[in-house]
Design a protein around this ligand. Structure first.
Ligand SMILES: Cc1ncc(C[n+]2csc(CCOP(=O)(O)OP(=O)(O)O)c2C)c(N)n1
Ligand SMILES: [Mg+2]
Length: 812
């Protein structure tokens, strides 16, 4: 029967916003025309529809749409069913246009179903759920089209993201950067209970408490199940304590109205005690088995209690099951009362008891996370909901209410009214040159120092760029050279706080004063928090209408500590500049465990971020200038600068247009090769003195050898692949550069990082590569010792060059 539905479906039709009164989204919020009772009826009907649509969407993707690759499509019917009531209440009643929401990843179908009912999602995309171009498996800011505020998928990150977004919301308002003074909007996370297993959530809670976060709601779908099984009993009594300790008001929603009424009967406390003491596993198992099992268990445990006897006599199995599973998270009235009772901006955590799979035959089963209901079960559900065959996608079919009333209700939903939540921020002009006085020719200056000087220079300037730069660092502000900027621009805090050391005349070159005008967020040492704050700052334009230029500094090795959050930030399309320093083994005695080896490969591989490793400060200044443009370009992205603490003598040169364009494309000939040269040394970053020394030494033996300075292996590689994809063979920057060499020339690649970062250069024009770099980790020493140990010194480069030339001559 069901197999034929796919063929019989009517033409895909968008149920879109045109089906609502077109002026509804921009009209000022007017008091609802429906009575409270009529509104509740509508909400109840739509709650059923949301359950149906989300279940059907997954079923359709798995059983109706033809699979082409033999793989299951998947989707989470149980996780979705668990949160239907909470999301119906929020989206269709409580939320306002200015609120921003992170939806737990596995509730994506519920989100899209609600957007569909609000006319913000098309039927076509629902039919292609989890397919290319369809509604995404997990809500995605960048891939979905129905106003996802925060992407989710890697559990825990969306939760914390709302906290940092709340800080950024208040930052832009306190700084006067928000375009209007409308209501601030709540940042809301709809959270799976197992997300609290992720440490990053707790790190965020502490940081939020320190920064006095406000208007933040975390709504926990407390179904006491994760992926594999039922979670440990009483875990959440501990969690409640932690939440309260970090400033949250915890609102527990445990019993629905029916259970509340049963408990309120004389002697009904016994029922409450039984439920409270019931182990999660037993409660779940009984939920799955249903009325007869509840009856047997209650009779066994409490058959002698008068009120229980009465209940068992009064209720048939179906009613008994409905009563025993009447948890507050599935009771619209209780949920609405709790949300509507909030009248202040303290952070709130709503701990809503729910049942995973509620309303579906999967309910309560410990293995239900990836479970799908069968075709027969779906037919049964469809019949019980009164949805005629062929009308599966119809928004109002089977609701038993006049369509006009539901339309009138939806047209009044506050969340879907008012201006579009996506703001447009005009681009900010970037000066032609940055860092004019940051390094003189001949001076030995590290790229880290150069960065500090460039920012300090900007700090002294008026203008929109400097006003909109906001810096942050996980407790390494001073050691990454942000001190000059912070001295001038101050640290952000809701309250003005004096620098006590300064007031008591304790000598220090650093000012540590805080105020709402400060432009630096000082964070504790938690790299997840750092990247999530950068993500939130980097989305300030679309979320709050205030373009910011976030610049965050950390030690390069600790990128790996926060890598999932960095990846998440990029995936969301956030725009920021990460300055990672010190890096590589060139930090030398500062520590073996702080060496970063594979971060250049991270820069090469991460989508949405352009990675650079300049050697000289004039290159850095150009890259930063370009970076600020790139951070606000429509097709732009974020920027990662891998910088070093090694002082490098600065070259005497003019920044010509060609040099600028070349270094931004990823590489330039620092020493051009003679036509047909048999060797070039391609290098990145602070190994430049060794490269220069080796080059001088081999001049006589290998005349005409070139030095290729690679400023961005990432952009060079991307440009090469793009040209091939677009059928422009030979048209990429690196291909053009390498035509200067003989076809059988050798390339010595040198980087203070994993050699694979540059060894691909040999594939561009078929040159043989001798890759030098770092493959082993963790021993401290000074630069001469470490560069010798890892074969990065001039001697190693000369050896590689000799070897390459011998090989070439032998072949000829
Ligand atoms: C970081 C991360 N690790 C693992 C997973 C795989 N995973 C998906 S859902 C899930 C359990 C989710 O349980 P919960 O948050 O309670 O959600 P619900 O019960 O509502 O489905 C896990 C482990 C993931 N998505 N992200
Ligand atoms: Mg759960």
């Amino acid at each position: 029967m069901f197999g034929s539905i796919g063929n019989d479906l009517p033409e895909p039709r968008a149920y879109d916003r045109d089906m609502l009164a077109t002026d509804a989204r921009t009209a000022p919020l007017a008091p609802p025309a429906l009575t409270p009772a009529a509104r509740l009826d509508c909400l109840r009907a739509l709650e059923k529809k949301v359950l149906w649509l989300s279940t059907w969407m997954i079923h359709h993707a798995n059983h109706v749409r033809a699979a082409r690759d033999g793989l299951k499509v998947g989707g989470h019917q149980a996780s979705s069913a668990s949160i239907v009531t909470l999301m119906t209440a929020l989206y269709l009643d409580v939320l306002r246009p200015e609120d921003r929401v992170a939806v737990k990843p596995h509730a994506s179908p519920v989100f899209h179903a609600i957007q569909y009912l609000l006319g913000r999602q098309t039927r076509d995309k629902l039919e292609r759920f989890r397919g290319l171009g369809g509604a995404q498996s997990y809500p995605s800011r960048t891939k979905d089209t129905d106003d996802v505020d925060f992407s989710t998928g890697s559990v825990g990150l969306g939760v914390a993201m709302t906290l940092f977004a709340a800080l950024v919301r208040d930052y832009v308002r306190l700084q006067g950067l928000a375009p209007d003074a409308g209501p601030p909007g709540r940042m809301v996370a709809l959270v799976g209970d197992a997300e609290f297993d992720e440490g990053n959530v707790f790190e965020a809670m502490l940081e939020g408490w320190k920064h006095d976060v406000r208007s933040l709601w975390w709504v926990i779908d407390y179904n006491r199940q994760s992926l594999d099984s039922v979670v440990t009993d009483r875990l959440f009594t501990r969690l409640g304590d932690v939440l309260r300790t970090t400033g949250f008001e915890v609102v527990t929603l445990k019993y629905g109205k029916r259970l509340q009424a049963a408990i309120a009967r004389p002697g009904g406390e016994a029922l409450r005690c039984w439920i409270d003491d019931c182990p999660n596993s037993l409660y779940s198992a009984l939920t799955w088995k249903g009325g007869a099992s509840w009856r047997a268990q209650l009779r066994r445990d409490m058959g002698g209690v008068p009120v229980i006897r009465e209940l068992l006599d009064e209720l048939d199995d179906t009613a008994l099951h409905a009563l025993m599973t009447d948890l507050a998270g599935h009771d619209l009235e209780t949920v609405l009362e709790a949300f509507q009772a909030v009248d202040d901006d303290r952070p709130r955590c709503f701990l809503a008891y729910t049942i995973k799979g509620h309303g579906l035959p999967l309910a309560g089963h410990k293995d239900n996370h990836a479970g799908l209901i069968s075709r027969a079960q779906l037919t049964e559900l469809q019949e019980s909901l009164g949805i005629p065959s062929g009308q599966e996608w119809e928004p109002f079919a089977g609701l038993g209410m006049p369509e006009e009333q539901l339309r009138a209700f939806l047209a009044e939903v506050p969340f879907a009214r008012g201006p579009s939540p996506v703001h447009v921020s005009p681009p900010i002009p970037i000066p032609e040159r940055l860092g004019l006085a940051s390094a003189r020719p001949g001076d030995a200056v590290s790229t880290q120092t150069g960065f500090g000087r460039i920012l300090a220079e900007l700090a002294g300037q008026d203008g929109e760029l400097a006003r909109r730069i906001v810096t942050t660092s996980p407790d390494v502000t001073v050691s990454t050279n942000l001190g000059g900027w912070v001295n001038r621009r101050g640290i952000f805090d809701r309250q003005s706080r004096a620098d006590v050391f300064r007031d008591l005349d304790v000598p220090s070159p650093l000012l540590w004063a805080m105020s709402p005008r400060g432009q630096h967020f000082e964070l504790g040492i938690a790299e997840h928090n750092f990247f999530l704050l950068l993500a939130a700052l980097g989305l300030a334009a679309p979320l709050f209408g205030a373009r910011l230029f976030p610049v965050g500094t950390l030690y390069d090795p600790f990128i790996l500590r926060g890598l999932d959050a960095l990846n998440y930030a990029c995936y969301q399309g956030a725009r920021f500049m990460v300055v990672a320093t010190p890096s590589g083994i060139s930090l030398a005695p500062e520590g073996g465990a702080h060496q970063s080896i594979i971060t250049p490969l991270v820069g090469l591989g991460l989508d949405g971020i352009a990675a650079f490793e300049p050697a000289f400060v004039d290159e850095l200044a150009e890259i930063m200038r370009w970076g600020f443009e790139h951070m606000q370009a429509e097709d732009g992205g974020s920027v990662y600068l891998r910088l070093s603490t090694r002082p490098i003598p600065q070259p005497e040169r003019q920044m010509s247009e060609t040099l600028r364009a070349d270094l931004l494309a990823g590489a330039y000939w620092q020493v051009p090769p003679a036509p047909g040269a048999e060797l070039a040394i391609a290098y990145a970053g602070p190994v430049t003195p060794e490269v220069a020394t080796a080059h001088r030494e081999i001049q006589e033996e290998i005349p005409g050898a070139g030095i290729l300075a690679v400023t961005s292996a990432d952009r060079l590689h991307a440009g090469w692949l793009a040209a091939r994809r677009e059928g422009r063979r030979g048209g990429s920057h690196i291909e053009r550069l390498l035509t200067d060499l003989a076809p059988d020339a050798a390339l010595i690649t040198v980087i203070d990082g994993h050699p694979a970062t540059l060894s691909w250069l040999g594939a561009v024009a078929g040159h043989r590569v001798h890759p030098l770099g770092v493959e082993r980790f963790g021993e401290s020493g000074d630069i001469p010792d470490l560069y010798r140990l890892h074969a990065l010194d001039a001697e190693a480069i000369i050896e590689a060059a000799a070897c390459a030339c011998l090989e070439r001559r032998r072949r000829r």
